[in-house]
Write a protein of this length. Sequence first.
Length: 468
Amino acid sequence: MTAVSAARSTAPVDGGRPGFGARLTAPLLLGSLLNPLNTTMISTGLVAIGHDLGVGAADTAWLVSVLYLASAVAQPVLGRLADSIGPRRVFLGGLVVVAASGLVGACAPGFGWLLVSRLLLGVGTSAAYPAAMAVLRDESRRLGTPTPRTVLGRLSFAALGSAAIGPTLGGLLVATAGWRGIFAVNVPVAAVAFASALLWIPADRPRPRENGSAQRAPALDSLGILLFTGALTCLVVFLLDLRHPMWWLLAPTAVLAAALTWWQLRHPHPFIDLRMLGRNRALARTYLRHGLSYLVVYVVMYGFTQWLEEARGYTSLHTGLVMLPMSAAALACSLLGARTKGIRAPLTLAAALLAAGGGLLCFASGGTPLGVLLLTGACFGIPQGLIGTSNQAAVQQFAPADGIGAAAGLQRTAQYLGAITASGLIGLAYGQSADDGGLHLMAAVALVLAVALVVLTVTDRALRTPRN
């Protein structure tokens, strides 16, 4: 969005406040792009980091994994904080942590400091999306109108667009400023987002009680957060290496999960409201649908590119050009999906296209025409845009009004679990090299999961009619 079009779209209402115009959404979009951008931007700097600091590929891979893990844990935690103490405070605090992480990474004297930087970066960038959803919820309440799908589409577009340009931007920074530029670039971006948020995001307001007095924020469920973090950490470490599974990790995962369930059912203000999820099955199905969708998408996004380079012999540049239709389709459909009124139809179309793409990959080989490969990429790109926008709308529709921040955070946690599981499946399928057999195995898994998604979406009665 250009400055001129942003200014034209701003329509002050109610005492000069911007409603859902550009002044409110600009800082939300800028903050929300930081997490997906840093997820992919590091990919083109791993080799340079390893050479400079004398570490191998297995060690540099943790720079990716630690951000996934931190984000999966921090998204619902910071979402709960946004619901309890106010989204503007959480949004601004997260940007401060992002700036600090950029400075730590840019000045890191060793590899351990880079891990600390990525951990802080995962926590700081995780504040933006759930806080943004809570800000939109509050503005929707004030105006007495639902959040426009176009606004949700812009959030999805910001995430998809930043993830798509991340490798290119990372390569440019490494070539011009060195790998430290990948960390340092977060400082000015966070500063601009912080300044615009101070100016344009409305101050947090206390929620009234039924008797009209100010409502005090409930105490944060610290034990619940610790149990959730422990269980998720054990599960993630297990999923990251399915080729050499550490089966013993399933025992502490099960024990911590059981303790978490027991505690959440007894706490007056639980970190994860399991009773609500048990009653609100539409929201629980949204999380399941979102996680499975991104499991399929990430299996192909990363597994297909490796196969193109190793099995087909394409260069990184040629692989990027083959994947260009996938990225372009994802960006275009995130905007088109925002203009649809329903949820069920775009999600059904997305699941059907994922199944079609998986079917095409089941027969891919070294002699597959380039046109078929381009079509396959588009079959996985279109669903990305539709899934992101439609599931955002589903969370807005089905989540409790006072818990939208935590609900949005859990949506992202489901997405990261899908990504982490995909990484493990890719390692399990390929082993030492990406060959046709490994690709066909992943394609078969993607096809089965996509068919399950079609069934899950078509049979979900909650998606058939909008909820007021």
